[in-house]
Every structure is written in structure tokens, then in C-alpha cells.
Design a protein around this ligand. Structure first.
Ligand code: ADP
Ligand code: MG
Length: 277
């Protein structure tokens, strides 16, 4: 589990606490009628403190997205607990879950692809207000424009189709849409993957600024350790459904304990034990 640290009030209560989470999937092979089980999460525990960034890293198939989907309550674990503030997310009624959902937003690599192409940029950003708050069209537009400004999209682009936006601009729109309900926790699942490196760096800097402006907590998920090292305070390394190592970014990068962590660090392009700062 990620090491505990004190909050401003001196309390040691994480915003998110995942305890002993396990999930298996049953898979089939196309050439066979037999089924087999895949353990996507194997007794995973993790704590994420308010206003901090925890990076969850690991190679493809290690279970990162499964954990993200369980925390966002898009998928149900087989066993374990997920605590958000003082609520047990797995024990909520549907009304409570509806309320909790606005506090936790999930962005993934293809989030932009899920935007309604018939909507304008401002409508895409304001849509969650329609679903969660039934806000008037005018109010939605006003809030959407304000949020677009926060993520660096000029207001004169508000009526364009998101299809006219570049990949980086589209990801800014996705972030604005995720923030419009003022969540506390943003889960970024490979949210920067697929963008060119300079664009990744711009969006990473935007995330840092937004974290300060909106007191956000990030669970930053990636197979790429480089950006994780830049953005995160704490890092948790996953392998085959387990967290095999966790700690502060400085500790894990300078003294990796688990062989898998060493392999991941060694695979960072240009990494020769260089310092992160
Ligand atoms: P990661 O995000 O780290 O790449 P995932 O959480 O997507 O890992 O996947 C973990 C394991 O669970 C993989 O072996 C994957 O094939 C399997 N898996 C994920 N989602 C499903 C699903 N819906 N059905 C069956 N197997 C799945
Ligand atoms: Mg994934």
C-alpha cells in the first residue's frame, strides 16, 4: 500500500482507499470451447490522499484498467472494499451511487472517441450537467465556456464540432467535461497515451495547474513511467494483478526493490539513473 502521509489537518484519512480488491474474468479461446480464468486483480490495496497524485504503472494486462473501472464503479470486483471519504462504494444504494459518481471521474485514452459528434464543443463539455443536475441550457453553456477557458480552449471554438479539434485539444475537452461536475478524484487511465510527446507535456502541465485550482486528487494510470514520475507524488507498480511495489516517486525511482520495477525503469528511453528533478 502507498505509504500514508498526513493531511493538512493532521488526519490520516485517505480520499480513496482500496482494500484487498480481487477480480477474475472468464475468458475463452477462439479455437477452443474450454474457458479459463484470468486474475485481473489479486488482493490489491491502495490509498490515495486528498490533493495528491498516485501513479499506477505496469505493463499492458497487469490489471490497471480493471482497478480504474472498479473504483469508478463501472465494474464490480469479486471481493474487497472501496472506500471513498467515509463511504463504502460497494455498499451504496443506487441514489447514493448516482451522487458519488460525480465525485469520481474517469478519463481514458479513447474518451474523445465517445463524444457525440453531433454536439458542439460546448455541448460536449456541458452534457454532464444535463445528466446530473438537469441544468438549463443557458447555465450549461455558461459553465462549459468557463471550464473550456480553464483548460485553454478559446471561447470562439465553442460552437465547433469536436471533430475539428486536434488530438491534444480534444483531450483538453475531455478534461473540461470531466471537471464540469467538480469531482474530487480524477482517474486518468492512459489519458496521455497516443499523443505526441510535446502535447503530452503540455497536457501534463495543464493537469498540474488544474490540480492546484480545483484541489484535485489524481489516480494517474500509465504503462509509461516517465510521465508518471513527473506527475506523481507516490507510485504503485502492478504486475499480473498485484501491486508489487509502492512508495514515493523519489524512493521507487532511486531504490527500486522489486525486479519488475527495475525492468520498467530500465525501459524508460534515455534513462541512465538520471535524477527526476
Ligand atoms: P491493463 O489496463 O493493465 O492493461 P486490464 O485491467 O485491462 O490491464 O486487464 C487485466 C487482465 O484482465 C488482462 O489479462 C485482460 O485480458 C483481462 N480482462 C480485462 N477486461 C476483461 C473483460 N472485460 N473480459 C475478460 N477479460 C478481461
Ligand atoms: Mg489499461
Amino acid at each position: 500500500m502507498v505509504a500514508e502521509k498526513s493531511t493538512e489537518t493532521g488526519q490520516r484519512v485517505p480520499l480513496l482507499r482500496v482494500r484487498n480488491l480481487s477480480k477474475r474474468y472468464v475468458q475463452g479461446r477462439w479455437f477452443s470451447r474450454s474457458k479459463f480464468q484470468v486474475t485481473a486483480l489479486d488482493d490489491v490495496s491502495l490509498a490515495v490522499y486528498s490533493r495528491s497524485t498516485v501513479a499506477l504503472v505496469g505493463e499492458s494486462g497487469s490489471g490497471k484498467s480493471t482497478l480504474a473501472r472498479c473504483v469508478a464503479r463501472l465494474s464490480k470486483p469479486d471481493s474487497g472494499e472501496i472506500w471513498f471519504e467515509d463511504k463504502d462504494l460497494l455498499g451504496l444504494s443506487s441514489a447514493e451511487l448516482f451522487a458519488a459518481r460525480r465525485q469520481i471521474q474517469l478519463i481514458f485514452q479513447n474518451s474523445a472517441a465517445a463524444m457525440n459528434p453531433r454536439f458542439s464543443a460546448a455541448e460536449v463539455v456541458g452534457e454532464p450537467l444535463c445528466i446530473q443536475e438537469r441544468a438549463s441550457k443557458q447555465k450549461r453553456r455558461k459553465q462549459a465556456l468557463a471550464m473550456m477557458e480553464q483548460v485553454g480552449i478559446p471561447p470562439e471554438w465553442a460552437d465547433r464540432s469536436p471533430l475539428e479539434f486536434s488530438g491534444g485539444q480534444r483531450q483538453r475537452l475531455v478534461i473540461a467535461r470531466a471537471l464540469i461536475l467538480r469531482p474530487k478524484l480524477l482517474i486518468l487511465d492512459e489519458a496521455l497515451s497516443g499523443l505526441d510527446l510535446p502535447i503530452q507535456a503540455q497536457i501534463a502541465n495543464l493537469l498540474v495547474n488544474l490540480q492546484a485550482s480545483f484541489s484535485l486528487t489524481y489516480l494517474y494510470i500509465s504503462h509509461d513511467l516517465r510521465m508518471a514520475g513527473y506527475l506523481a507524488d507516490e507510485i504503485a507498480v502492478m504486475q499480473r494483478g498485484k501491486i508489487v511495489e509502492s512508495g514515493s516517486v523519489g524512493e521507487v525511482f532511486s531504490h527500486p526493490k522489486h525486479p519488475h520495477t527495475r525492468v520498467l525503469i530500465a525501459s524508460i528511453p534515455g534513462w541512465e539513473g538520471a535524477s527526476l528533478s
